[in-house]
Design a binder for this molecule. Sequence first.
Ligand code: NAG
Ligand code: NAG
Ligand code: NAG
Ligand code: NAG
Ligand code: NAG
Ligand code: NAG
Length: 494
Amino acid sequence: MGKPWTAYYRLALWALLLGAAMAQRQLHRTPNGSHQQPRRQQQQQQQRRHLTAGTPWHGQCERYESLYESGIWEDTVFWQEGGITEGLMGAAIGNMSLNGGVYRRVAMPMLLLKGQLYLPAEVYLNQTWHWYGRNFLTWIHALKRITERWGASVPDVEILIAADDDPTQDAADPNLWKQGPLWPIMKQCKSSQSADITIPIWHLYNMHPNTKLFSQIDRLNRETPWETKLQRAYGAGQTYHRTMPLTANNRTFEGNISWPDNAMLREKFAQYLKEELRHPDIVYEEFSPIETWGKNKMVIHIDGITCSSRVWQLLALGSVVLREQSNYYAFYDKLLHKFVHFVPFWQHRPREVLWAYNWVTENDEAARRIAARGQAFVRDALTMDALECYWLMLLRQLADLQRYDPGSANAVRKVKTAASSAAGGGVPQAANSSTTTTTAGPAAGSGGYYYVPVDEWLATQDAARMHNWVEGYCVNFGKAQELLPPTRLYNGNA
Ligand SMILES: *[C@@H]1O[C@H](CO)[C@@H](O)[C@H](O)[C@H]1NC(C)=O
Ligand SMILES: *[C@@H]1O[C@H](CO)[C@@H](O)[C@H](O)[C@H]1NC(C)=O
Ligand SMILES: *[C@@H]1O[C@H](CO)[C@@H](O)[C@H](O)[C@H]1NC(C)=O
Ligand SMILES: *[C@@H]1O[C@H](CO)[C@@H](O)[C@H](O)[C@H]1NC(C)=O
Ligand SMILES: *[C@@H]1O[C@H](CO)[C@@H](O)[C@H](O)[C@H]1NC(C)=O
Ligand SMILES: *[C@@H]1O[C@H](CO)[C@@H](O)[C@H](O)[C@H]1NC(C)=O
């Protein structure tokens, strides 16, 4: 008995030594020292098994690791080589945040530091459209609530969120590769061809989907069981043009439908069904409330400008979703699979809607299971707990990639913390340019501080009385959102 054990032991030891030697060679082979990671980060990554490991939110979030981790890793892989430096973040902020141009597409820098949220003193919501302003307010209040709950266990990280739908950077464009690392920009939607980092869309907070829809699933199933649903594919709603600046998102019609750039895709699709396909049970109307679509066995999902929040509303209905393959993806999309949660169509041709319809008709039992999995998905993976955990895991991953300490004494973008105000309330020293030569983008704002605490920022926005918003609109915005209670769950240090 002893002998084979010793043999295995020796073998294992050899494997270990060999592995160590190879790891050593790997390090030495790194061709360019400037891209090597600091040792601290290497160790952290080697030791970490999951994005919630060792955190106070592990208990709540562990069950979402297996759901959301892979998507977070995929969205952030762009920065594995050089990390996110202060200079890169500065360039992203400088290019995106202050000058919205004609389309007013500004992005909002935010800083999470020691369990507090900070916003840029000089960025006002009147620099953008009121609807983008509301999107920002949604995320600001969602993040503020996370800091209220989890305090200093929220990772210290600087982020940049853009409120428009369109993909920001074409990751397939060789001219962009030459310009250096892409900017880390968070958005509600990304193209399979863009470098955006996906985050939960504002509708998941503003439409109260958990209380108004996901919690109603049992009732919907009782009222309209599968057997009673009409053998029909139904959709409606024709607003919104489709943005398709990238090849991956291009749409092509067939038949006699003319298709100018940026046209109203849903409207054109309705026209295609009516004039070209002419199937009596595949219908796309101008408008009807989404709750009523559930009387049909199949519901048709066509994305909006980019990603559409309709997809999770339709998945809740208990009908099988026929889903346009737009190559636009939301943060939960890595979890949704063809013929598991939905039946795909229009990968290439709009005619594929007929193939999807025929498949469902021929495979009723399988289709029924797909519909049930769609309901289970929204009920399990889009809860308020899940959204909070997604944010925490994503922030942690970005904090790991960050190659600087935001909010530190040396940081370019200075922070007005309670401590810095108490220490004299004075104007901080301008950053020493010789220590920040790699840093582009704006530095100090009001009173020398770039970032101010969220409550101060919200009050300043309200004082400016922009967009005809009522008094206190920005401060109170969170009260109208579906959020977890502001219960303090962690009081310790980071
Ligand atoms: C390292 O990378 C920098 C920046 O990309 C480049 O200028 C330099 O030539 C590289 N050095 C080596 C040894 O490859
Ligand atoms: C915009 O980005 C480029 C490249 O990343 C950078 O060189 C430039 O300084 C940035 N502009 C501003 C105003 O920050
Ligand atoms: C989209 O397709 C049309 C028609 O084939 C083509 O003219 C256009 O250049 C394409 N756009 C992109 C971004 O690939
Ligand atoms: C499409 O247009 C062609 C040529 O104008 C015509 O012959 C054909 O019948 C049209 N097809 C349909 C489905 O309307
Ligand atoms: C800035 O840094 C340079 C070089 O390290 C140093 O000589 C200079 O005194 C510093 N200036 C300030 C204001 O700290
Ligand atoms: C936005 O509001 C600020 C504060 O009142 C004001 O200084 C600024 O001029 C306004 N900007 C625009 C574009 O209206």
